[in-house]
Design a binder for this molecule. Structure first.
Ligand SMILES: Nc1ncnc2c1ncn2[C@@H]1O[C@H](COP(=O)(O)OP(=O)(O)OP(=O)(O)O)[C@@H](O)[C@H]1O
Ligand SMILES: [Mg+2]
Length: 249
């Protein structure tokens, strides 16, 4: 199998006496959606926070494209290609969808050419931003103000921004939260195609979405991975059914 894009090895994090992350190892391979499921308080968000850098692990390693990133600042990890969306909305609500993506393209390029042929540069920025909007299916909404986009469209826009930043791996913490059944269905279809752009570590309680999307699932309970496997393996795992799935399986 190809090398993992993102590899978490033996990660530990305690809050006082509470072991929120207790020796977690998870790999994210090219092209895959790896779902992370488990009961409330299992440590899923804490794990995502450690990967993107907002929570510092006590020990263990986090490797992105072969490079150890576990001690780098948040912005540096983002620059190296960690795309985190859906929990902190980074959208500038008063700007159009296109403008939001243009800003991301510009940020991804750095600002060293800021004074070089501004008009041409603007044109290439527009083209690059339109390309990202097309890839997420939002081209027709390019000139709509971000705050006026629907819930689902905002998430598509966040992904377009991540694409503009040349994301290597997506970290999505409960993207379906707050969506109705119709919105979840649309977003599921969208995430299904997104894995071609970059693999996705997907934290989600919506089991319909998880079973429809996941190439592999890891189950986290009290900070520990109790099982990793395909959808069928996880659905038929007695320990998983007892700890989490119950009637969902
Ligand atoms: N900054 C913190 N300080 C102390 N305890 C924390 C902190 N962050 C999280 N915890 C605790 O760590 C445990 C794991 O929380 P976390 O939010 O990672 O769970 P989760 O799996 O994402 O749950 P949910 O499914 O409800 O989102 C919980 O017991 C939580 O109360
Ligand atoms: Mg959480």
């Amino acid at each position: 199998m190809a090398d993992p894009v993102l590899s978490i090895q033996n990660l530990h994090k305690s809050f006082g006496a509470l072991k929120a992350t207790d020796g977690v190892s998870i790999d994210l391979h090219p092209g895959e959606i790896h779902a992370l499921i488990g009961p409330n308080g299992a440590g899923k968000s804490t794990l995502i926070h450690q990967i993107c850098g907002t929570v510092k692990p006590d020990s263990g390693t986090i490797t992105l494209a072969g490079r150890e990133i576990g001690r780098l600042p948040v912005a540096e990890r983002a620059r190296l290609g960690l795309g985190r969306t859906f929990q902190i909305s980074s959208l500038a609500g008063e700007f159009s969808a296109l403008r939001n993506v243009m800003l991301a393209v510009q940020a991804g390029q750095g600002s060293s050419f800021a004074f070089f042929k501004p008009v041409m540069r603007d044109r290439s920025l527009t083209d690059a931003a339109m390309d990202r909007l097309e890839r997420v299916g939002l081209a027709a909404r390019a000139n709509v103000t971000a705050s006026e986009l629907s819930h689902g469209e905002k998430r598509q826009l966040e992904i377009a921004i991540a694409l503009a930043l040349d994301v290597k791996a997506f970290l999505l913490d409960e993207p379906m939260a707050g969506m109705g059944p119709e919105g979840s269905k649309v977003l599921t279809g969208f995430l299904d195609s997104l894995r071609q752009e970059a693999p996705i570590l997907l934290v989600e309680h919506d089991m319909d979405a998880v079973f429809a999307l996941a190439d592999r699932i890891s189950v986290l309970v009290y900070g520990r991975v109790i099982a990793t496997g395909t959808v069928n393996e996880i659905r038929n795992d007695p320990a998983v059914r007892q700890a989490y799935l119950g009637d969902h399986a």
